[in-house]
Design a protein around this ligand. Sequence first.
Ligand SMILES: Nc1ncnc2c1ncn2[C@@H]1O[C@H](COP(=O)(O)OP(=O)(O)O)[C@@H](O)[C@H]1O
Ligand SMILES: [Mg+2]
Length: 250
Amino acid sequence: MTTATHGKHGDFAIEAKGLVKRFKTGRTHIEVLKGVDFDARHGDLTMVMGPSGSGKSTLIAALSGLLKPDAGRVDALDVDNLWKLSSGRIDKFRLDHCGFIFQGFNLFPALSALQQVTTVLKYQGLSGDNARRQATAALEEVGLGPRLHQRPSALSGGEKQRVAIARALAKNPQILFADEPTSALDGENGQVVIRLLRRAATEHGAAVICVTHDPRLEAWADRVIHIEDGRILDDQRRTPEANPMLASAH
Ligand SMILES: Nc1ncnc2c1ncn2[C@@H]1O[C@H](COP(=O)(O)OP(=O)(O)O)[C@@H](O)[C@H]1O
Ligand SMILES: [Mg+2]
């Protein structure tokens, strides 16, 4: 199925086949991804769950053009086989279409919340005024309107993660990758973050791919994929009827 607004891969924002990734440690290789097939749809919050060391971060890196797999392919939006592109074009793809949220926030210590977000937008080519306007709107959307001029040291962990989310969402990415976005947060702030990811999928139509080992987040997902030891164990779509949290989010 192809629609006007979606890429040529139809409802799939991203589709990967047969991903293999090995790391060399000393003289042995460990296989961290053992032929993983993966896809994610626009408008879905797709959760990838698995224990520490199961290959979740490696999978995100291979899907997003950060770490070249040893085998397999990734088709994303209008791109056939992302890993066949030059590294410059892969970087451009990431800059134009992907947002990232990490456990460690990855904020610049010297920049205010507003500057963290405008920097990315200017790098994308927006003028100063437009970048400021768009960044302010993104920060207001995550509830940080009153904190625009604070630096990270003056913000709580939950607020820092909301800045990172605003930075990721400000460019309206079609694919949003979140790697353990709540693991440095308490339960309440974790809830705020997961609601924002839910909204990015539902209201902005992003394909949100969220890696976690936090079982509290599962209830918010449209789809839950379990990975263990580099292999997908199961892949379940949730229906709103079966899931009151999802019904109220849609
Ligand atoms: N750059 C690397 N070099 C060697 N081993 C690595 C590297 N990155 C990850 N690994 C190993 O790959 C396995 C999976 O790592 P990772 O994808 O980070 O798992 P997860 O995110 O699920 O905790 C782990 O055993 C880890 O030690
Ligand atoms: Mg990880």
